[in-house]
Design a protein around this ligand. Structure first.
Ligand SMILES: [Zn+2]
Length: 268
């Protein structure tokens, strides 16, 4: 699933579109996470692209009088073509400009594309907490947000209302690097531990963005498609394997319907 670092990398790869005017939005398959309305989306036609930014895992295309908002869901992929190739299965929509076609492919169809005249019309953006890499995400902020909560810390740092974009992999890895058990209640996490968590979450995400940036250029799979860098993890996906620090077997517990990997010796 594309996580915050992948979406950041995709956003950086789309900057050639800035300054282009949208000719047309072509919808081939409207039944994504939210139904795609070709008529509404074509309010974007004739508008110049002013900027492309990211908010949480949403890509935001800023237009002269509106916004296109795209989410990649579980398996979405945006590819920017100078000359669009023949369609393949799961090519659900195109955003067409004079020089480029931005094509969306999504086998599992959990992504979306929306048009809005104002960003605050969209409840899914309004309810989001701060960006983890912005200066608003501090130890003081995190401590205040979790200090009265009995929910396990892993679920709290994955809660988009507290901080956005800390996906399962990054939550597991960050807690391991901090030596904090994913099972501990929010109200048992000290200010010093919040400082450590904030620092490590920022570092882990920045490293993943740096890796994603180079891997998207360099890595192609057997079909010649650009792919995501497979990072090596300390705990994520390593159930019943030895901890790289202490050789204790990594445990896998379900927290909030997500597999949570941790070392019961290193993480307390
Ligand atoms: Zn260990």
């Amino acid at each position: 699933m594309p996580e915050l670092p992948e979406v950041e990398t995709v956003k950086n790869g789309l900057q050639d579109l800035v300054g282009q005017t949208i000719n047309q939005v072509v919808v081939r398959f409207p039944r994504l996470r939210y139904p795609l309305d070709e008529k509404i989306l074509n309010q974007a036609a004739g508008q110049q692209i002013i900027a492309i930014t990211r908010r949480a895992k949403y890509l935001v295309i800023h237009l002269e009088t509106g916004f296109l908002i795209c989410h990649l869901g579980m398996s979405g992929r945006l590819t920017l073509f100078k000359n669009a190739p023949d369609l393949v299965k799961h090519d659900h929509f195109d955003i067409v400009t004079a020089n480029f076609t931005l094509r969306y492919n999504d086998p599992r169809r959990f992504g979306c594309l929306l048009y809005a005249t104002k960003l605050d019309e969209l409840s899914m953006l309004n309810e989001l907490g701060p960006e983890p890499l912005e200066k608003e995400f501090t130890a003081e902020y995190l401590h205040k947000a979790i200090s009265k909560r009995k929910t396990p810390i892993k679920q709290l740092i994955m809660d988009n209302a507290i901080v956005v974009g800390v996906g399962n992999i990054y939550a597991c890895e960050s807690l391991f690097l901090c030596g904090i058990s994913p099972l501990r209640a929010g109200n048992q996490i000290t200010m010093a531990e919040c400082q450590q968590l904030v620092d490590i979450i920022k570092r882990v995400l920045q490293q993943a963005i740096a890796a994603g940036g180079s891997s998207l250029r360099d890595y192609k799979n057997a079909n010649g498609e650009l792919g995501y860098f497979q990072q090596s993890h300390n705990v994520y996906g390593r159930a019943k394997q030895a901890c790289k620090i202490c050789n204790t077997l990594i445990l896998d517990v379900r927290l909030g319907q997500r597999n949570s990997f941790y070392c019961p010796n290193c993480q307390l």
